[in-house]
Write a protein that binds this ligand. Sequence first.
Ligand code: PLP
Length: 393
Amino acid sequence: MQHEPRTPARDLRVETRLALLGRGEHGPGQPLNVPIVPASNFRAPVTGLGGRQYSRDDSTQGWEALEELLGDLEGGRAVCFSSGMGAIAAVLEPLPIGSRVVVPRDSYGGLRALLADGATGGRWQVHTVDMTDVDALADAIPDADLVWLETPSNPMLEVVDIADVVAQAADAGATVAVDNTFATPLLQSPLELGADLVVHSATKFIGGHSDLLLGAIVARHDEDRQRLVRRRQVAGATPGALECFLALRGARTLALRLRHGQETAGELARRLQTHPAVERVRYPGLPDDPHHTRAAAQMSGFGAVLSFEVADASAADAVCATVEVISHATSLGGVESTIERRAKLPGQEHVPAGLIRLSVGGEHLEDLWADLDAALDATHTGTTSDPEMRRNG
Ligand SMILES: Cc1ncc(COP(=O)(O)O)c(C=O)c1O
């Protein structure tokens, strides 16, 4: 006997929905987890074209389960892609030639690289805006076809008022897409604030274990979802079955991981503010952060990523080379804390030379603080920045 997948009501709390959704069929003998089906090809009917036949063309079970969960969390219809960049490209590349895109100055470098390539080839006109400058933003939006937001932003943790941008974009007839990777669907709901599309690098907090690449878009309107599914089919940025399985498994613990990481990040931010080697901490959870009020109004928490500044690039490199508990690695959102000096890239002149981004994972607060404190002390007093020396001494 077939049992319909049971979709619990949306008024269940998020922790419960994370545990319940995307489970497939609920009949006796059915597995609790949707199985990994490593198939590109499915048996075809002898007549007609109906049914699932080739996995780039249609959803597979693993995608559907993850999409059910992400769609529910964001309050829209989700489509998964092979990476966050695959998702970003699926929003940008179908834009008509000459489209005007407003993009934050402070944003993920891959997005800006894709936009720059397209702009060079005459695909679209890109207007890069300092989104902390509300007047510059208000000037840019009336000419836009697409307004891209990343809030909190990478790496400066800038926060933009989504509802305000949505209102301005509505007057201009522009689409609003929000990269919600840092906040996750648990801390910020851009669709509820009026955005059209939410984009995720599920590689980060949703997957949570630094073992996969995956992206997702959640659309407010079903027509947008249909267009995105079509885009995935024709452009081929399809997610792998194993990646979807792992991302869904990671997402099950998102609330637990994020609560811990966020609490630790808040306390580390406060302690870093008091360290003599630290010139400035950027974390919207700090009451004196310039983005605090805005973040408190539109987010239900401040997240598990922070940035802080030390004297210069070589001091930042020394901190990154000296930490032992925290991994010196790019990316973020893993159960292991990662630290990285943000190199000054073209278009990133606003990023201070000594800026370090820290993604806080599941380790104990005191172990992380001891690690950071020792690395900062070593840089500050010039004791040593050689990890071998510290290990031995
Ligand atoms: C905010 C943000 N959006 C998108 C991406 C791109 O995602 P992916 O690496 O999964 O392609 C990243 C990657 O670091 C990111 O930090």
